[in-house]
Design a protein. Structure first.
Lengths: 330, 287, 158
C-alpha cells in the first residue's frame, strides 16, 4: 500500500565558527594602470561560487564590469588569509572583507576624481565616475586609474573583517554564540510503500532566509544540492563501522541519490538583510541541508503515524517500524 | 602485480581453440562490468584474458519459428532495443532495463550476467523463468545444451569446463496471451544491486484458469530457481486471493528452508511475499 | 619503471584523430586516456563503474572508461570531453550548463556532458524522465541534479 504524507522541517543555524573561535578574513584589491582590477583572496571556491560573488561585490562597489576582474585565489604565496571555506561563512565574512577592500580602494580613487572633476558627489558606475548633479563631469574608470598611477599612487588595499564573537557564559549559556543566524523551512511530500519500506520523495519546497542573495542562481544551487544531501542522510546513507573500520568505503555501497531518486525542488529565497553582511548577505551552505531530513521524517510520520528517531530511515529500518506498529495495533 | 596476456578472438572457432590451449588460467571477458573490478583488485588473477566482444556471431537476437536465440555478448541496451525481444520476450527487456545505469547497460551482456551467476543478478532469474537453455561449446566436445536451471552450481559458479564457453541462450517462444512481469527492489532507483527481484510468467486459458505459471524470485537464495511448490498451488486454478496467500507462504517457507534465518530474513521474507502478490495481481488484473 | 616488453600496440581513434599507443594489457581505457594521452578531462572516481565520472563515448555509446580494458578499445572510436567543444567554441550543452548554473565543483560535469551528448544523439527530444534515465549512471553531490536536468532540457527545446 502506498501512503502519502507532508512534513515540515525548520531550522536556525549559526553562521561562522562562533563561541569566540577566531573568525577573520581578508582580501587585497589592486587597481592596475589600465583600470583592470586584481583581487587576491585566500578563499577556496570549490564550486559554490565564491569567486563569482567576489567579482560581483567588487564590480558593484567600483562600477566596473564584473568580468574585467582578475581573481587570484588560494595561493599561499600571494593571497592573504581568508579562513577556510566552511561554516557557511564565506559570503558573510570574506565577502564583507572584499567589500571593505573595494571601499578602501575606492577612497583613493575618489579623492583623485574629486580633484580632477572638481565635484564631490561622485558615483562609480558603468565603468565611469561621474557627478550626480552634473553627469557631464565624468571620467572613465580606466583614465582615472591612469591618473592615479601618474601621481605615483599605488592603489592596493588589504581589508580585514572579524566576526569573532564574545562567547556565551559557561554557567548560564547566555551571551553571543554566533554573529548571525540563518533561518529556513523545508516541506517534503513523500510516498511510502508500507510493504517494502521504500520512500519516494515527491516534492521538496524550501524557503531560506539568506539575508541577500548576491547570486540567486548560486543560492538556488546550494539549496537544491543541500536538500538532496539531506534526503540521502534521511533515507539511505549510512556509514557502517566495525571496530573502527569503515565497512562500506565504495560508492557502490554508500548510496547517494541518483537522478532517478530526486524530486523536483522548489526554492524560495527570502531576503531579510543582516546589518553586517555584504549587502545584507549571510550564509546558506550548510543551512541548505539541515531542515531536509526533519521534513522528510515528519512527512513519513504524517503518512504512517510513526516517529522515527534513528537514521537512516532505510528499507529495513522503516519496514521494521511499520511491522512493529501493526503488531501494536492488534 | 597483476600481469596477463590479452587476446581478442576473431571467431567462435578462434575462441574455442584459444580456450582449449589455455584452459584454467584463461579468463573470458565480454563487457567486463563485473570482471574488471575483480582484475583491478586482483581477486581474479588469470594468466590469459580472452576478449570475445569482437565475435560477430556471438552478438544479437535471432528469431526462429519456435525459439529465440540470443547471442551471449548481446548487451543489455541491445536487448532493450531489440524489436524481437520486445515483441516475443518482453520479460527480458523489463529485466534488462533495471540493470545499473546507461553506461553499464551499454557494456554488460546477458552472457556475462549468466556466467557471473551472482545471487543478485537482474537478468539471470528472468531467463530461468523462461526456462532458458544454454548452448555451450568447446573445441574438444563440440556443442552441448544445458538448461540454465541445471547450469548454476553455486553462487558465482556456473557448470562450465575451463575450455567451454556459452555461445547461445535459447528460449522457447511463449504461447499467445502469456503475460510476463518483472519487478526489482533496490535501495535507490538506479545503480543499485537488487535487494530482491521477481520474474513471473503466467498464462490464463479461456476459462480464466492458470494454465502456466513460472515464479523466480531473485536475490533471496544463493542460487536462483523456479519455485514450483508455489506454482503448483495456483496451477490449474482460477486466481484467488486465498490461494495467492497460500502460494506466498509456500514461497517464504522455501526460502527459509534453504537459507535458514539470517540477518536479512526479517525483511526479505515478508517483502518478497508482498512483491510476489503485487506482480501476480498486476499481471492477472491488468485489464 | 614499466617494462616495455609487456606492452602491446593499441590503435584507436580519439576525438576524430587516429592514434597508436603502447599499453600494458592490464590497463583500462581510463588510464590510457588520462596518463598516456594526457586527456585529463575524463575524471577518475571509483574506478569500478559506480560513479560515472569516467564516462566517454565509445562507438557512439556512453561507457565507463574504467570498465573498458585498453586493448578492448582496439579500432574503436572514442570521444572524450576534450572533443565535445573548445573554449572558444563551446558545445550547446556546455553553454547551457554555464547559463543554467549546472556546474558547481565541476567534477561530475565532463562525465554528465558525455552521457547527455550520447542521449541526445539517440533521442534529440527526450522527455524530462528520459533525461533523468540518461544521466542516472552519473553521480553528482553538489547540484542535486536540478539545474543539470534543466540545462539538458533547455538544449532539447531549441
Amino acid at each position: 500500500m502506498k501512503k502519502r504524507g507532508i512534513g515540515v522541517g525548520s531550522m536556525f543555524y549559526g553562521i561562522g565558527y562562533g563561541f569566540s573561535r577566531q573568525d577573520i578574513s581578508s582580501a587585497t584589491i589592486e587597481i592596475c594602470e589600465d583600470g583592470s582590477v586584481i583581487v587576491r583572496s585566500g578563499e577556496v571556491d570549490y564550486g559554490q561560487g565564491s569567486d563569482t560573488i567576489f567579482c560581483q561585490i567588487v564590480a558593484e562597489e567600483l562600477g566596473v564590469r564584473y568580468d574585467s576582474i582578475q581573481m587570484i585565489t588560494a595561493d599561499t604565496f600571494t593571497t592573504p588569509n581568508a579562513g577556510p571555506t566552511s561554516a557557511s561563512r564565506v559570503t558573510y565574512v570574506t565577502g564583507k572583507a572584499m567589500m571593505k577592500a573595494a571601499q578602501a580602494v575606492k577612497k583613493t580613487l575618489q579623492s583623485v576624481a574629486e580633484e580632477t572633476l572638481g565635484e564631490s558627489d561622485l558615483v562609480f558606475k558603468d565603468e565611469k565616475v561621474y557627478s550626480m548633479a552634473n553627469p557631464d563631469k565624468n571620467i572613465t574608470f580606466e583614465k582615472l586609474a591612469k591618473q592615479c598611477h601618474l601621481r605615483g599612487l599605488k592603489i592596493v588595499e588589504t581589508a580585514w573583517h572579524d566576526i569573532t564573537t564574545k562567547d556565551v557564559d559557561p554557567e548560564t549559556g547566555q551571551g553571543k554564540a554566533y554573529s548571525t543566524y540563518a533561518w529556513a523551512s523545508q516541506i517534503a511530500e513523500v510516498e511510502v510503500d508500507t510493504e517494502t519500506g521504500k520512500v519516494e520523495i515527491l516534492r521538496i519546497i524550501a524557503a531560506h532566509d539568506v539575508g541577500k542573495a548576491i547570486n540567486p542562481s548560486n543560492v538556488e544551487g546550494q539549496i537544491e544540492g543541500g536538500a538532496i544531501m539531506g534526503m540521502g542522510y534521511a533515507l539511505e546513507e549510512e556509514i557502517k563501522q566495525e571496530r573502527g573500520y569503515i565497512k562500506n568505503t565504495s560508492l557502490g555501497e554508500y548510496m547517494i541519490p541518483t537522478s532517478l531518486d530526486v524530486p523536483s525542488i522548489e526554492s524560495h529565497i527570502i531576503e531579510v538583510p543582516v546589518s553586517d553582511g555584504p549587502y545584507g548577505a549571510k550564509g546558506v551552505g550548510e543551512p541548505a541541508l539541515i531542515p531536509t531530513a526533519p521534513a522528510i521524517l515528519n512527512a513519513i510520520c504524517n503518512a504512517l503515524d510513526i516517529r522515527i528517531t534513528e537514521l537512516p530511515a532505510n528499507l529495513e529500518n522503516l519496514h521494521r517500524l511499520i511491522r512493529e506498529k501493526e503488531k501494536g495495533n492488534q | 602485480m597483476q600481469s596477463y596476456e590479452f587476446y581478442t578472438a576473431e571467431s567462435v572457432e578462434d575462441c574455442l581453440g584459444y580456450l582449449f590451449e589455455k584452459k584454467e588460467v584463461c579468463q573470458v571477458i565480454a563487457g567486463g562490468t563485473d570482471l574488471i573490478p575483480g582484475l583491478r583488485n586482483e581477486s581474479i588473477r588469470p594468466t590469459f584474458v580472452l576478449n570475445i566482444l569482437e565475435i560477430e556471431s556471438m552478438r544479437g537476437v535471432i528469431e526462429n519459428d519456435d525459439e529465440i536465440r540470443i547471442g551471449p555478448t548481446t548487451t543489455f541496451t541491445e536487448m532493450i532495443e531489440s524489436e524481437i525481444l520486445n515483441r516475443t520476450l518482453p520479460l527480458l527487456v523489463e529485466a534488462a532495463k533495471y540493470v545499473g545505469g546507461p553506461q553499464i547497460r551499454n557494456r554488460g551482456t546477458i552472457g556475462g550476467n549468466i556466467a557471473t551467476a551472482s545471487p543478485a543478478a537482474d537478468v539471470l532469474p528472468a531467463v530461468l523463468a523462461l526456462d532458458g537453455v544454454l548452448e555451450i561449446q568447446s573445441k574438444q566436445a563440440g556443442s552441448r545444451f544445458l538448461t540454465l536451471a541445471k547450469a548454476i552450481e553455486a553462487p558465482y559458479k556456473i557448470r562450465l569446463q575451463p575450455d567451454e564457453i556459452i555461445t547461445g541462450i535459447l528460449i522457447n517462444k511463449l504461447p499467445p496471451g502469456t503475460r510476463c512481469g518483472y519487478e526489482k527492489l533496490g535501495r535507490r532507483n538506479a545503480m543499485a544491486r537488487a535487494r530482491m527481484n521477481m520474474s513471473m510468467v503466467i498464462h490464463l486459458d479461456e476459462k480464466g484458469t492458470i494454465s502456466d505459471l513460472r515464479i523466480v524470485p531473485g536475490a533471496v537464495l544463493p542460487v536462483a530457481q523456479r519455485f514450483q511448490e508455489a506454482e503448483k498451488i495456483l496451477l490449474g486454478k482460477k486466481p484467488d486471493p486465498q490461494l495467492l496467500e497460500t502460494a506466498a507462504e509456500a514461497l517464504a517457507e522455501k526460502i527459509l528452508k534453504i537459507t535458514g534465518i539470517r540477518w536479512s530474513t526479517e525483511y526479505k521474507l515478508p517483502v518478497i511475499k508482498s512483491i510476489f502478490k503485487w506482480v501476480f495481481n498486476r499481471l492477472v488484473f491488468k485489464n | 619503471m614499466t617494462k616495455d616488453k609487456n606492452k602491446t600496440l593499441l590503435r584507436m581513434k580519439v576525438n576524430g584523430k587516429p592514434l597508436e599507443v603502447m599499453v600494458n594489457p592490464t590497463w583500462t581505457l581510463l588510464r590510457v586516456l588520462r596518463e598516456e594521452l594526457r586527456l585529463t578531462g575524463t575524471k577518475k572516481g571509483c574506478e569500478q563503474g559506480d560513479c560515472g565520472l569516467c564516462t566517454v563515448i565509445l562507438d557512439g555509446k556512453a561507457v565507463n572508461a574504467c570498465l573498458v580494458l585498453a586493448l578492448q578499445a582496439e579500432s574503436k572510436e572514442i570521444e572524450t570531453i576534450e572533443g565535445l567543444g573548445k573554449e572558444d567554441n563551446l558545445h550547446p550543452l556546455q553553454k547551457s550548463f554555464i547559463e543554467n548554473g549546472a556546474v558547481q565543483c565541476g567534477f561530475c560535469t565532463p562525465g554528465i556532458l558525455m552521457s547527455a551528448e550520447a542521449l541526445l544523439r539517440k533521442n534529440p527530444k527526450p522527455s524530462v524522465d528520459e533525461i533523468r534515465i540518461g544521466i542516472s549512471g552519473n553521480l553528482c553531490r553538489c547540484t542535486g541534479y536540478s539545474k543539470i536536468i534543466k540545462a539538458i532540457n533547455a538544449v532539447t527545446k531549441k
